[in-house]
Design a protein around this ligand. Structure first.
Ligand SMILES: C[S@@+](CC[C@H](N)C(=O)[O-])C[C@H]1O[C@@H](n2cnc3c(N)ncnc32)[C@H](O)[C@@H]1O
Length: 222
């Protein structure tokens, strides 16, 4: 079985997760005995492989991960990566027609109580997607669970993908105001919404992450 360091070296040409990020996730999973994780946004599946390999090393644990149907077209895609590293048994990839928020709705409907203890949220970074997604994930997250919000400082206007789209004459965010396009929406969710749901939040600047810990005692109710 390969270590996260070896995997990061072998997958260095595949975006996005970096070794330092995987190292932090490993210490969070190991220190908290987390065994049932959820991830939003797998892209090629690099972060999923790394999380799966942490569970493989522990000997138990599972990741349910979401992306859009277009992620099937990545080369390599998550299915190929999972097969080549013999990690398919550790991961359930869900390819969504429109958004992970609809897939989460189905899990919420079928689940009587919170089931996940860890979430890596690295999907669409807009206010609507991250804010609504957070409330859904919160319903599925056990007390003591942790959500990592990636790309705390992301804005539409600073996004390389958005700049590329504009240079090609397309504007996928045409309906957004300049105010919204210049606001780091993930940060706004972490600073304005998450603490209201009984989480303690802190930032890890070196990786541009917000870490939110769901308190076991609900201080928002009195
Ligand atoms: C930055 S990439 C994820 C990278 C991956 N976590 C890693 O580190 O290797 C973000 C992904 O989120 C996906 N995404 C964006 N909006 C989404 C949505 N509403 N539902 C599901 N996936 C979404 C995109 O298709 C993209 O593949």
């Amino acid at each position: 079985m390969k270590s996260i360091e070896e995997l990061c070296k072998e997958l260095e040409n595949i975006p996005y997760m970096r070794y330092r990020q995987a190292e932090i996730i490993k210490s969070i999973i190991v220190e908290n005995n987390f065994r049932n994780a959820i991830e939003v946004g797998f892209y090629h599946g690099k972060s999923s492989i790394l999380i799966a390999s942490i569970f493989e090393e522990i000997g138990e644990g599972h990741l349910t991960t979401f992306d859009l149907e277009i992620a099937r077209e990545k080369d390599p895609n998550i299915i190929q990566l999972l097969n080549s590293y013999n990690l398919s048994h550790r991961v359930t990839p869900v390819f969504c027609k429109r958004s992970y928020t609809w897939e989460l709705a189905k899990i919420i409907k079928d689940t009587k109580e919170p089931v996940f203890d860890f979430c890596y949220l690295d999907g669409a970074h807009t206010w609507d997607n991250t804010g609504f997604g957070f409330f859904l994930i919160d319903l599925l997250l056990k007390p003591g669970g942790i959500i990592i919000f990636d790309d705390l400082n992301w804005t539409i206007n600073k996004s390389p993908a958005y700049k590329k789209a504009l240079s090609e004459g397309k504007d996928p965010y045409a309906q957004y105001s300049e105010d919204e396009k210049n606001t780091p929406a993930v940060r706004m969710v972490v600073e304005e919404l998450v603490p209201m749901r009984n989480y303690e939040c802190f930032e890890i600047k070196e990786v541009n992450w917000g870490i939110s810990v769901k308190m076991k005692y609900d201080a928002t109710r009195n």
